[in-house]
Every structure is written in structure tokens, then in C-alpha cells.
Write a protein of this length. Sequence first.
Lengths: 198, 464
Amino acid sequence: MEKFQTLHTTGVPLPFENVDTDQIIPARFLKATTREGFGENLFRDWRYNADGSPKADFVLNNPRYSGEILVAGKNFGCGSSREHAAWALYDAGFRTVISSYFADIFRGNALNTGLLPLQVDDKVLARLLAAIEADPQLELVVDLPAQTLAVPAWDETVSFAIDPYKKECLINGYDDIDFLVNQKSAIEAYEQQRAWTW
Amino acid sequence: MARSLVDKIWDAHVVRSIASGQDVVYIDRHLIHEVTSPQAFDELAARNLPLFRPSQIIATADHNVPTLNQHMPIEEPLSRSQVDKLTENCQKYGIELYGLGHQRQGIVHVIGPELGLTQPGMTIVCGDSHTSTHGAFGAVAFGIGTSQVAQVMASQCLLLTRPKRMRVAVEGTLRPGVTAKDLILYIIAKLGTGGATGYFVEYAGSAVRSLSMEGRMTVCNMSIEMGARGGLIAPDATTFAYVAGRPFAPKGEAWEQALAYWETLYSDEEAVFDAEFVYDAADITPMITYGTNPGMGIPLTGRVPSQVPDAEAESFDKSLKYMGFERGESLLGKQIDYVFIGSCTNSRIEDLRAVAAYVAGKHKASHVEAIIVPGSKQVEQQAIAEGIDKVLAAAGFELREPGCSACLAMNEDKIPAGAYCVATSNRNFEGRQGPGSRTLLASPLVAAITAVQGRIVDITQYLN
């Protein structure tokens, strides 16, 4: 996993609530057996017509918007557990998703992919969406060690919460496998003392 | 100290806790399938790690398999390669595989319970969000991402934060024509599509207790549709009777020991929940969804909401536009193009029996295409043994071979753009059943009656 420290970028607004993982990457594009290439089909049915031509009104096809942060409505990533959704966002160049809350499995998958799920309150989210729509060049600065999202144009910094262990993992590019494999003796001891064997 | 059921099971699986608050949680059973496992196997290989406990993993092919001609090689090359990859990996690592053609093949959340792999008190994971199904047995069961699939393969453990606890009690007797599916669609409509995020939900109350194991599975299955990490129901005599005698169930003395333990699995009277809701079973009527998330459900005889909070209006209207519905309208009389009966939510033998019992001697409406996909080979064989296949065929329903099918439309079973499908599955997301498809979630009974009538009706007027 790539290390995540700070991000100076712009944002792409997606003001819909309950964006589910079937929208992020439809099931028919989950047939690959490797992690790469899912970005091509990110938001496939919102982004492209059936004939493959881009839908002009979708934000990823709008040349006004670019950047490494997706700013989306609340309950982002609900539905299927497919980690491919986090891979698709990452593969398409996103490094952070800002929302006012995330579905649990998506949040975990994002953290395991090196994609930061950054939760802000509903008011901050609404302000951000409006500000980016008004000025697509609005600069956003994510500082993970400091746990802040800064909007220099507002002269404001918003703090965000993140689990301290997952924060260390992201900053250092570690994942849970490294940690868990090192627990082997404790796990074997647990197996030995279990009351039930059926 | 009084503990809730989820805490009792959780505590019994904590290997150790770490300073930042997470627990190393031991996983008893790991179910895998072709779509979310290949990258996890690659992860193990890339790190040169062995598979820690192969005997605790069971594999099947379900998400990306055809539901016609399963005895033939899979035609679509990418699907074939994904299913072949699962077979290769299972051979390489010594994992029991119930692949296509195997008598035990089927949807992962259908075969776990029917084989007795799913037992009370267990921790069960799978790279699939509907793993919550297994909670019906009083297990802590939840969906995980592929990175976590690799973690369990490498260590039989996950690093997890203890969930919050919610209890949803439904008291009283369900009305005629109201099923487990209506009960859970009602709860999700009340709590909303993100209403249980961060919680494990324990379903309780006399209406839940009165459900069969299959009904309980339908309820727990859809826990994720309100954002819950999982759902569970305390095991009881109904549970024990279901598990007894199944291939992987404990036998003889082990059964007695297991039973003694399972009987301790309930929330203590004084247990504290972070959130509690109580509903009256008499308030629940047959349900249907009108929108593009499972929380957008109404009684069949109800109306699409005419008012929503301002903050939600844009998403709400986008959803209605996609579905072709208007605020405040009734769905009664709407013509339907497809009926899909299947998925890990409603593809078990009781579901097929309910459909067959209604359609016997009737015929589907001529403009409706009705597809019924059994959850497993065993369900399919049972349906044939009971003559259900003939009843369905006479009614114009097409009985397919087992798999996830048009629930997620990974294979060729897709609903065309713009078409309306009443489905017994779990998600009505945009394009879930194929690009442009419009899904209305309902029970198998509602689906059967809709197929015959060809339009949305108040099913209580049509019950046999």
C-alpha cells in the first residue's frame, strides 16, 4: 500500500446521497482477477452511454473539474462489500473521498486500499460542495498526520477523526496482514484453549 | 455483567485486544467465492504466506455463473477464467470447493446453512455483504473486503472494532400475506438505508421468534441494506432443530456439548443496547420498494412520499426520475415486465413452495417474463422431488439452475433498460439488475401474484 501523508489538490463534487458500490463499479465489471484497471469503469453507467460515449452532464466528464478528492453526499459506499469500488476510485486517481458519512465496509476497504475516507459534518459537506461548484479550482489541503482538511480560500481548517491505528497504517503504508501474521503464537494459543472443538 | 448476544459471541473470539482499541477476532468459518477471492490469493502468493487454516474455508462458485446449461463449459471467457481461477486456487491450497456441477453448489449464503456449516455462536465471514444472513443462527456473521479475505486466509483473524448494539423487536402476529421479507422491508423503510451503520442488529420479539429459519435468514440477510455490520437472532429450538443432522453439524457427544453452549446464547435481560426499536407486527402489510435504495419501501397500497426534507430532495427526485414514478402516486395498477425470484434473500425451498402454492393452476400474464432461480443444487433437487418444477412450468415460470443471477446481473441474466422487474432480491440500486433496469423489491408471494396479474395489485385481495 502507498504511503499517505498530505494532499494539495482540488475536488470533484458528487452531491448525491447513498452512492452505492454498484454505481461506483457495476457488478458486470468485476470479472477481472487482478486489482488493476477498474478505474476505467468507475461510475460506468453514470459516466457513459450504452454505446460507450461519455455522458456530458456527468461530473467526471466535465472539464471544469479535476483533482484527487471526490466530495460526495452522505452514506457514500453503501451496498456491496466489493473492494473493487475502492480500487476503482484509487485507480482513477482519487486519494481521498470526503462525505458526511461512509458505509462501514467501504470505509474499511478504502483504508486497506490507501484511499482516505474523510468524514466531515453535513454543514461542512454542503459548504464544500457549493464552493467547489462555484470555483472548481478551490484548493483543498489534507494533512493526515495533523488530521486536518484546510480550505485556504476560507482561511479555515477543519479537523477530522480517524482511528489512530489505521492512521499509522496509512501514513506508513502498512496493512493488517503484517500485523496479524505477527500474532501467530497468540492465535495458536487461543485455538488451544478454546472450549469447543466441534 | 449483563451482556448482549453479540458481545457474548464477540468475547468468546477475542484473541487479544490492542492499545488503540481494536480486537484481534478469531474467525471460525470463512466462505469464499470466485469474485472477491482471486486478488486475496494473489496477496498471499506475493507475500509468500501459507494459508493458515485451509479446513476452515469452504468455496463455491455462485456470483458469476450461468443459470442455463451449467453442465457445459462457461461461454463467456472472463467469467470462465474467474471460475477456473477459483478451482485452481482451491486445488493449490487444499480448500473444499463446491463448484459448478457439484451436488452442494449454490449461493454461498444458501449452502452454508443447508450444509450445517453455519452454527450458533460462530464467527463467519465472506467477501460478500450478505454474509449477515448467517446471523439467523445466532452467529456473528458479516461481509468483508478482499484485503480482509487475505487477512483471514493468512491468520484466521481480523482486526476489528467492537460494533455498537441495536435491538429491533417486532411483537405480535403477522397478518395473512405478510412474510419475513415484508417484515425486513418495513424495518429498513423505518430506519433508512444508512440507519444502522456501525451497529450489529439483534432482531427479537414474538413475530421474529415465530419465523422459520428460512424466514429468519431473509430478515438477517438484509441487515446490510440499512448499513448494519450484521444482524442476528438468538438461537432457539427452531434453530437447533434446523441444524441437527446436517452434514457439518456436530454429532453424538459433540452435539450435546454444542447444544449446552448454544443454549447460553441470548442477550441477558439487563443487557444494554445503544439503540432500541419496537414495532407492532399488526402494522406491517405487504411491502414494495419504489426507489433506488432498499430504504425506499412502502406498503403495496401506499403512496410514494410527496414530501422529503430539502437536503434529500435532489437525490430523491433523481431516484424517482430513474424509476419513472412521481411524488405522491400509488403504484397499484403499474404494469410489470419481469419477475425475478431468487438471490440469497429469497431462493430457498420455502420461497419456491410459496410461489408454487400460489401459481398452481394459474398462468403468468402473457407480457411478463418470470424467472425463478433456486439458491442451490439441493433446493433445485428438492423442488423437483416435490413436483414444484412442473407446477412452475405449467404456470409459465422458467426454473433456472442455481446462482446469484439477476440479483446483481454479473452473468447474462439481465433486465433490459427501462423495464420494470419485481424482484425477491435485496437491492434496487440503479442498474443493479442490468444497465437501466428498474427494480421493485418484494416478497416471493408478492412476486408470484404480480407475475400472474401482470401489474402491481393489493395482494391481500388475491390470496388463495
